[in-house]
Design a protein. Structure first.
Length: 300
């Protein structure tokens, strides 16, 4: 009997589609738990997209999918080429030739999967991933996704169950595209950070359509050519959203409000998708745990 590859959450305002672990996505970059592939608002608006419309390009990201260790993969520096290191929510992956900012994220061979269990109801889904021990590193991740009215909340609990300190970061690569509308003058993104000037210049050189002023990202025409990337460490301390994206044709918006102060933020995008990212720093001694949450509000 063939079963669905998706978990579906539903209330009066939202429908959320979540891929079951290891089905739609079984790669070595994104956490397999809570891999959210689509969000529907009021049965007429969508907010998620594939990273790239061309099959096989990109990292396999879809919608709201998170990643541990983009800049500091756990145990990567200690592992020799051909040895394993830990990717939370995935398992033990084999280090190959390359560098931390590039090939460690993609096309890695997974030597041993994390043990993942899950359960769900109409308005919630809970996941637990137990990573196997590798070189003294071991972790357990618990994640709960809930929906209430027009808000989706993701709660995390990460426990260091190994013998070594864990130092890493987590973020969600929000692959947002409202109603399939390509990115252009119809999009406005309010962000709580100021991009690094040098990186901003590089982004504008790669993608002249990209503009930033006073905390607002806009686009002077629909993208053509290369992707842009902007990153900044000047993040405003605010009780509100780390970012809010509005699409003019639909009148829809989505915003992310977090339980933590992000030490840095970034934005990445192409003509197909826009991805604002708020990072959280993780420092855990053996036996310690930490919790945090991200809430997304969808409006029209």
């Amino acid at each position: 009997m063939v079963t669905s590859a998706f978990i579906g959450l539903k209330n009066e305002r939202l429908m959320v589609e979540i891929a079951k672990p290891g089905t739609v996505y079984a790669g070595s970059r994104f956490d397999w738990t809570g891999f959210i592939t689509q969000v529907y608002l009021d049965k007429k608006h969508t907010f998620c997209a594939y990273e790239d419309v061309v099959p096989g390009l990109g990292s396999g990201g879809i919608g709201f999918c998170n990643d541990f260790g983009l800049n500091t993969p756990i145990g990567y520096d200690e592992a020799a080429v051909g040895e394993g290191y830990m990717k939370i929510g995935i398992g033990t992956v084999i280090k190959q030739e390359g560098h931390k900012g590039g090939t460690h994220m993609l096309a890695m061979r997974i030597a041993e999967n994390a043990e993942i269990t899950y359960r769900y109801g109409e308005t919630f889904a809970e996941f637990k991933a137990v990573n196997p021990e590798i070189n003294g590193y071991k972790a357990e991740l618990e994640k709960k996704i809930t929906i209430e009215d027009n808000t989706m909340t993701i709660d995390y609990k990460l426990s260091n169950t190994g013998s070594k300190h864990i130092s890493t970061e987590e973020y969600i690569h929000n692959f947002v595209c409202v109603d399939g509308q390509y990115v252009g003058p119809n999009y406005k993104v309010e962000v709580a950070f100021k991009p690094d000037e040098k990186m901003l210049e590089m982004s504008k050189a790669r993608q002249p359509e990209f503009e930033y002023k006073d905390g607002v990202i806009t686009f002077n025409k629909t993208f053509e050519g290369r992707a842009f990337y902007a990153k900044g460490f000047e993040v405003k301390e605010c009780g509100g959203a780390h970012w809010k994206l509005t699409e003019a044709n639909s009148g829809c918006s989505v915003s992310e409000t977090d339980s933590f102060a992000a030490p840095y933020m970034a934005c990445w995008g192409t003509k197909y998708v826009f991805s604002p990212e708020a990072f959280i720093q993780i420092e855990l001694d053996p036996g310690e745990e930490m919790t945090w949450s991200r809430s997304y509000k969808f409006e029209d």
